[in-house]
Write a protein that binds this ligand. Sequence first.
Ligand code: MN
Length: 506
Amino acid sequence: MRGIALFGKVKFLDTTLRDGEQTPGVSLTLDEKLAIARGLDLLGVQVIEAGSAMTSEGERQSIKAIAASGLSAEICSYVRALPADVDTALACDVDSVHLVVPVSDLHIERKLKSDRKSVIRKAVEVTEYAKDHGLIVELSGEDASRADHDYLVSLYTAGIEAGADRLAFCDTVGVLVPENTYEIFRSLCNLGAPVSIHCHNDFGMATANTVSALRAGASQAHVTVNGIGERAGNASLEEVVMILESLYKIETGIKCRDIYQLSRMVSRMTRLPLAPNKAIVGENAFTHEAGIHVHGLLADTKTYEPIPPETVGRKRRIVLGKHAGSSSVELALREFGIGATKDQLAQIVSRVKELGDKGKRVSDADLQTIADTVLSIQMEPKVRLKELTVVAGNTVTPTASVKIQLGGSEKLEAGTGVGPVDAAINAIRRAISGVADVRLEEYHVDAITGGTNALVEVWVTMAMADRKITARGAGADIIMASVEAVLEGINRLMRLEEEERSRVQD
Ligand code: MN
């Protein structure tokens, strides 16, 4: 590929906790921010923009906690060109500041009500002030992609003379294209300081532009986990890293196998679900359905996978529906350690197709139930619900009590939660906690019909150790449908574990 040689050593500044947290509706607690910062540090990100110290007292406490947590990464705060901003950052004990200065006339005149000269003067003053106080300074041009290029260069040059350690170029409203990004960065790389690229995804080009800048010699990419950020978001960490690693064969130093886990954590804590078709980390990125593709996968997984899912800490999933051919069913059964003869397989396939024709997606538990029937396997559920009581309302903490039949004995447990469904599931998890450590990874409800008397379908993804399965429950009562799905998942997981153990003993 042309231009590969231009890549230098690439570093990552992750701004999930600053630009990512500016996503509309997102607000993270101190503990959540600390957990994400630890995850980023373990992943190998070099700089963590932990927040903007001026924002609030809570924000300052979070930044301070992150700075004090002994991470290897450089901890950075966003600041404006104001000495007071630098003071608050200093009070949080950060290593560096991301000093952001508007550089387009639009921002300078309309937003700042200032002029080009004053902006340079302030940038220089505050850079010197931050340097005098021992901070690493990354001087950043906001809206640089719509700024006058010569003006931008004169600001950067003045900043370097004032002691700025690094520069950053922000495509604040995501209007760059890869070609001009490349040209711009070829010219900025000779200024005498490393330059970062900060891209927004308004036209879906954040990742492409970031890679283009890196190819042209940018030394650091600003990224966020899952590409979260203001409006359409920022360049996504997982995409940029995997493009460099897998397509350009560049070692980034990032521990790619931990990417998926961190992505799930950020999605959960920010309450921002991912589009199923999101590259690398979306639910469908390594999920296969259509019969013909699975046939290829059976022969060699490389046929329809650009990288093995394990590279980013994921597992291949086979989803069955009416397109399912015998190859897909065979592959799905194989993932569960179920072997079937040709005849049995044909019967299982026709039953799967029957479900698919009714417009149903076939859960892992559905497939196992069908296989049990066809293979005449008697399965006694290990966990059975005997009683469930739920209390909810405006003045009580949602509380559930359950009586569970567990093997030969009965167990009574209670649990609380944010709502009645959560309380019921927590109570069940407690009741079985001595026997199995089961996690609920995903929970999804569909109203099949309209109205408050609607029939609902609940889908859950349950996990035990590193095994995951999907299960489903349906009914007019959302709590009972949820409990049914969760119990089905628990029973299937416990049975799979038992089978695995007996295989090991054989
Ligand atoms: Mn931004």
